[in-house]
Design a protein around this ligand. Sequence first.
Ligand SMILES: CC(C)(COP(=O)(O)OP(=O)(O)OC[C@H]1O[C@@H](n2cnc3c(N)ncnc32)[C@H](O)[C@@H]1OP(=O)(O)O)[C@@H](O)C(=O)NCCC(=O)NCCS
Length: 217
Amino acid sequence: MVTADQKDGSPPVAAAAGWAIRGALPVDAEAIALVHADSWRRTYRGMMSDTYLDGDVVSERLSVWRQRMTAPRGDQRVWIASTASDLLGFICVFADEDPRRGVYVENLHVRHDAQGSGLGTALLQTAAAWTNAEQPRKGLWLWVMEANHSARRFYQRLGGVETDRTMLGDPAGGSAPNLRCCWPDVQPILDKDHPGELRPGCHPQPSEGMGGHVRGN
Ligand SMILES: CC(C)(COP(=O)(O)OP(=O)(O)OC[C@H]1O[C@@H](n2cnc3c(N)ncnc32)[C@H](O)[C@@H]1OP(=O)(O)O)[C@@H](O)C(=O)NCCC(=O)NCCS
C-alpha cells in the first residue's frame, strides 16, 4: 500500500526489498527513455511497424523525455521505480487531458526483467494515491492496445473497465485498435496487494548508457 504524500523529488512513497518509488527528476530522462524504447520494442512487435521499432526509437523517446522533464506540462506527474543504481519502471500521468474522466495515464512500463514483481501495481497505486490526494473524486483512465493482452489482463485484475474502442495513431505513422480502460474510482487499485519483492531470477543489470545498444526482441 502506498501513501498519498508524494511530491516530485520528495522521499519515496513506496519502498520494498531492493526498490523504491519516487518522483522523477530531469536527470532521470535518459534512463526513462531507454526503458521506454526497449519496452516498446519488446511489447509492440506486431502492433507497430517493424521498420519503426528497428529504427532509432531511442532518439525519438530521448527527445520526448528530455522535453517532458525539462519543460513539463503543468498537469504532468512522473514517478519511477528504481534500485540504488537501476531504473526498473515508470508511470507518466496528465491530470487535465480529459477532466470528465479523471487523470490520464499516458505511459506505464516496467523493465522486462523486473516484470511480475509488483512494480507495475505499485506504480499505478502511486498514481491512484496522488489522484485521491490532488484530484479528489476523480478517476483514472488510459488507452491500451487491443492486441496487448497481458497489459489488458493486468488492468482488469486491478478493476479497470474497458469502455470503448477506437483506432489511434502511433508515432510510427500507423494506427491500431485501442481500448479505453477506466477506473471511475481508484480504490480497487489501492486495495490490491502486490508482492513487493523482485521475483526470483530477476537480477537487474546496470542501465545502459547513451552509447549503449538497447535490446530489441
Ligand atoms: C503491464 C505492466 C506495466 C505490469 O507491470 P508488472 O510489474 O509486470 O505487474 P505486477 O507484477 O505488478 O502484476 C502483474 C500481474 O501479472 C503477473 N505477472 C506479470 N508478469 C509476470 C511475469 N513475467 N512473471 C510472473 N508473473 C507475472 C503478476 O504475478 C501479477 O499477477 P496478480 O495481479 O494476479 O498477482 C508490465 O508488465 C509492462 O511494462 N509491460 C510492458 C509494457 C506495457 O504493456 N505497458 C502498458 C501499456 S498500456
